[in-house]
Design a protein around this ligand. Sequence first.
Ligand code: ATR
Length: 272
Amino acid sequence: MSDRYAVIGRPINHTKSPLIHGLFANATGQHLEYGAIEGSLEAFEAQVHQFRDGGGLGMNITAPFKLRAFELADQRSERARLARAANALRFENGCITAENFDGIGLLRDIEVNLGEPLRNRRVLMLGAGGAVRGALLPFLDAEPAELVVANRDMAKAMALRNELDHPRLRISRYEALEGQAFDIVINATSASLVGERPPLPGQVLGTAQLAYELAYGKGLTPFLRLAREQGVGRLADGVGMLVEQAAEAFAWWRGVRPDTRAVIDQLTIPLE
Ligand code: ATR
């Protein structure tokens, strides 16, 4: 029997993870099975234990279970702890370890695939939910000139700051962004999922070289449209992040890091 992995989420029918991990396995000559499990709101923990007890070696976790996966683990990486969320679990010697590769996946996509290093750049991140929490540590490690996090709910954003006091991290209201300039702007809010856009004032995207939308496969979202109107040179969605976080998990489980370029190309849906 080959080694078993799976992604669990609710709903799970649109997941690309089995496809991505299947392509990685082929490309690296690793023998594994990777399935998809529709999670149960009542019995998520039991489902994870059942998969592990049946010989499973690891799982990816997607919405809405990332927090519950983090909580059920015996050990947690630092970035999972800061995110208070796990997107990957590893089962080893009776121990469940939680990791969060979303932030590092996003960083790698921006720096390596899109060729925009964060070092000494001014970076604006919109939102203060799980996606932003997961990205803070890897982003600050990349030494931007400043990382500004803007959110409507200031209490939520300030809570981030209280957990991670860093000289390059600044919390801002949307209105206070007026007149500021950024090189890289990332929409990590869930606004696009309901066809909305974060309340960015004035021409705040005007100087940016890259506008990045975390949502994948939603085409030109209201945020990306605004970025285009304000003349941002490069627009990207989250396909590269999706593939990069998968590659990190694959490397963590299998000890081999697959090449991501061909898989990103295969999954890319043109923005228009
Ligand atoms: P996730 O874990 O996916 O990041 P979340 O924890 O539900 O999701 O957080 C959603 C984020 O999107 C929040 O930062 C939310 O802002 P508030 O905390 O101010 O509510 C943000 N968000 C959702 N809809 C938005 C909109 N229309 N404009 C701006 N921000 C929005």
